[in-house]
Write a protein that binds this ligand. Structure first.
Ligand code: HEC
Ligand code: HEC
Length: 352
């Protein structure tokens, strides 16, 4: 008799624990999805900027894989910045954020730059007090959104940046025709695109050396420190190396060898994220391929003026022969890396 009772107690206690654990997990899930929902509202919220006119989404638009289609971004004061807006997806796979800063490794921290940065000015929010006041005047019930996401309606910076990071974590690009091909759907790519894939993977072109890995943004060499993902690709050769307006990695390390080095960006979605390069200086993919084939770009006459001779240029940019047909095949392959789901998923669009 006492044995049965003992087991009843054990089973009863066990189920209570189980239920408790389940409800905790459920609660966690609820909070995570509430955080994502809040982050989505904030990502599209113009009240986060000084003039109430621009949101993260102004420079990171879904139809352009969360870049902005401009050569360089235009800030809250209508001024042109110096850099091309990064496309945003698969961010967890980035070893660092922005074009040339290996120290920028926290996605949540990254949001502080557009929000408050003064060099460059992007959204120019005056501070969290101002944001709090602005959000209080919104038609969206922000206190309720903060409560569901964090347990209370306090609005602070840690919560804003965590929610933005949670939403940005939802920007996943893994459903291109190339991915379907890899998953075994052999007719997902045409013969023409497959020829482009073979060129991309070829030693002659060497693209994979710097656009390695599943996300096409990793250095594939032997060393593996984060700075290996930064390269000078011979876009420029001026008296200051690269034009003084943007010296790339050098601006962080002050090491002369880093002049003109920028992060290898992912090549996913390049079909919709033109223009290209850190300064948006190239409009077409064929132009990018011509640049690599030549082994650098000419901007001015003479040796100085020709990026091909930039002493900091990566030794991996050697130039190669390529026919027009092959260029078209390579472009066709790069276009097959577009993930239509990312571009059209209503859960990533501006909330109603
Ligand atoms: C005025 C345009 C503009 C606005 C507004 C803006 N961004 Fe950006 N974003 C950029 C530009 C330009 C870059 C590249 C910056 C660089 O390399 O220095 C960038 C880079 C990023 C990156 C790095 C991505 C990567 O893969 O390296 C993230 C993440 C990001 N922005 C998130 C945000 C968030 C979150 C907001 C809103 C709080 C925001 N941005 C607002 C223009 C903007
Ligand atoms: C030495 C390393 C290296 C090699 C090799 C290389 N790339 Fe790049 N790639 C980069 C870097 C770094 C950038 C950004 C440069 C900048 O903005 O100044 C870039 C930019 C690009 C861009 C523009 C992406 C964007 O969003 O702006 C494309 C497209 C591209 N590369 C394709 C290729 C192809 C195709 C090949 C092979 C023919 C190739 N790359 C070989 C390092 C490399």
């Amino acid at each position: 008799m006492w044995r049965e009772r003992y087991w009843l107690v054990v089973i009863g206690f066990g189920s209570c624990l189980g239920l408790l654990a389940m409800s905790l997990v459920w609660h966690q899930d609820q909070m995570t999805s509430a955080k994502i929902e809040l982050g989505r509202h904030l990502f599209y919220e113009t009240r986060l900027s000084q003039t109430n006119q621009i949101a993260c989404a102004s420079c990171h638009q879904q139809m352009f894989a969360f870049s902005d289609g401009r050569q360089t971004s235009v800030n809250v004061h209508g001024e042109k910045g110096r850099r091309n807006a990064s496309a945003l997806f698969n961010l967890a796979q980035n070893t660092s954020f922005t074009w040339a800063n290996p120290l920028q490794t926290e996605l949540a921290f990254q949001a502080l730059i557009p929000l408050f940065g003064d060099d460059p000015i992007e959204m120019a929010a005056a501070g969290v007090a101002q944001i709090r006041q602005r959000l209080a005047g919104a038609s969206i019930d922000y206190p309720a959104l903060f409560r569901s996401a964090f347990g209370s309606d306090e609005i602070n910076l840690a919560r804003i940046t965590a929610a933005l990071a949670a939403f940005q974590g939802q920007l996943i690009a893994k459903d291109s025709r190339y991915d379907r091909y890899l998953a075994g759907q052999l007719d997902a790519l045409t013969e023409f695109e497959l020829a482009g894939l073979a060129l991309f993977e070829s030693e002659r072109l060497g693209c994979r050396q710097c656009h390695g890995g599943d996300n096409f943004n990793q250095f594939s060499g032997k060393r593996s420190n984060p700075e290996d993902n930064f390269h000078n690709t011979g876009l420029y050769y001026t008296e200051t190396g690269y034009p003084n307006s943007d010296l790339g990695l050098y601006e962080v390390t002050f090491d002369a060898a880093d002049n003109g080095k920028f992060k290898s960006p992912s090549l996913r979605n390049v079909g919709v994220s033109a223009p290209y390069m850190h300064d948006g200086s190239m409009r077409y993919l064929a132009q990018v391929i011509d640049h690599y084939a030549r082994g650098g770009s000419v901007n001015l006459s003479g040796r100085m003026g020709d990026g091909k001779f930039n002493p900091n240029k990566s030794e991996l940019i050697k130039g190669f022969m390529i026919t027009e047909q092959e260029t078209n095949q390579l472009v066709a392959f790069l276009m097959s890396l577009t993930d239509e789901t990312l571009l059209s998923d209503p859960n990533l669009a501006k909330p109603e």
